[in-house]
Design a protein around this ligand. Sequence first.
Ligand code: G3I
Length: 397
Amino acid sequence: MMLRRWIATGVVAVATVGVLNAVPAAADRPYDPAAQTLRTLGLRHGLYIGTAVDMAALNDPADPRYREILRTEFSSATAENVMKWEALEPNRGSYDWGPADQFVAAAQRNGQRIRGHVLVWHNQLPGWLTTGVEDGSIGTAELREILRRHVTTVVKRYRGKIWQWDVVNEAVSDPWDTPSTLHYKGFWARHLGPGYIADAFRWARAADPTALLFYNDYNIEAFGSGDPADDKTQFVYDMAKGLLAQGVPIDGVGSQGHLGTQYGNVDTLQVADALRRFARLGLATAFTEVDVRSRMTDGVQAGDPEEINPRLQASAANFHVLLQACLAEPRCLSFTVWGFTDRHSWVPGWFDDPPEGLATIYDEDYQPKRAYQVMKADLIYAGPPYVLPRVAPKPRR
Ligand code: G3I
């Protein structure tokens, strides 16, 4: 019975791909896939190609290329900063919706699906909140109520407009933290205990029954030892499984995908295996913040091609690994890059000793890099039987 259902699903899927992949042939206008955008090529697989959006760039009248590439190449958008708590509620009780509303309106005008980022995170919290907790003027019960109100207020405001919400972000430590045994880290776990994670998903679901609710983290591209004491992917997997067992409405796990060419990194089969294991829990997955940074050595900064080219190649290879793995897993719904041009990337401002950069798919002058071409080729040459249309989950109640 199960087998028959799988076969039937496969036949429908292959037929659908056949339709999606139908080439608009015309004798005088040969179809040129390389002339298509990432956006249109991704949608052949039902895969949304997204980017983080920098509002300063979006609003810069002198930077029209930013808006043009954003509109043409991407079918999904994430606010890089303006939906974070410090931006939304800089003063207690008074929300500044302006920039977030503008972001949502721009994405809607562009016909893009929106990833909401982020409801609960330990970074970019408003000063009044962290100070109040530190000086004891905000106690535990009040803090939990403040969090409930924040999640509810923000999700309700954008109800029906958000495709995927990053409900909880980066809740788990890394092996280099103290203690090195993986644990729930940061402001929220410290003050409320790990139960805040289940609470946040429940509050978000109550405020919007239609959005897909995600847990989002970095360094979870592949499984390691399998021991949750030092394997972050395993820890997150166990957490997601535990939440599901408690009936918590979590719909997906987002893997950020911040990689660097100086690291060994991972291969496609390992990454595809990790996505498949989350999918078998009944969860959607997504790559949510992909970029691949490199060391900006003196040679790179001086423009030495012998130093630059290997980095561009290695960067492209890493984008390829993540995108190919996502294509191979029908429950991997979207592939979002964390900024698309080196002109506007968080990397140089963050990693400055030693300096790092070159992390995105277009250079500072909006020339597509090798990574862009590799992504395009991945989207062009993928198809059945290993790449099938996406399977979107129903939001869990
Ligand atoms: O808003 C202030 C502004 O008022 C001030 O004048 C200016 C001066 O430095 O700083 C502005 O804040 C900056 C903020 O971005 C908004 O632009 C911060 O300095 C800067 O540190 C902050 O960086 C952001 C970072 O998150 C903060 O944690 C990056 O742009 C953003 O790309 C990055 O994104 C995170 C994801 O949300 C979660 N995953 C990791 C990822 C990369 O760190």
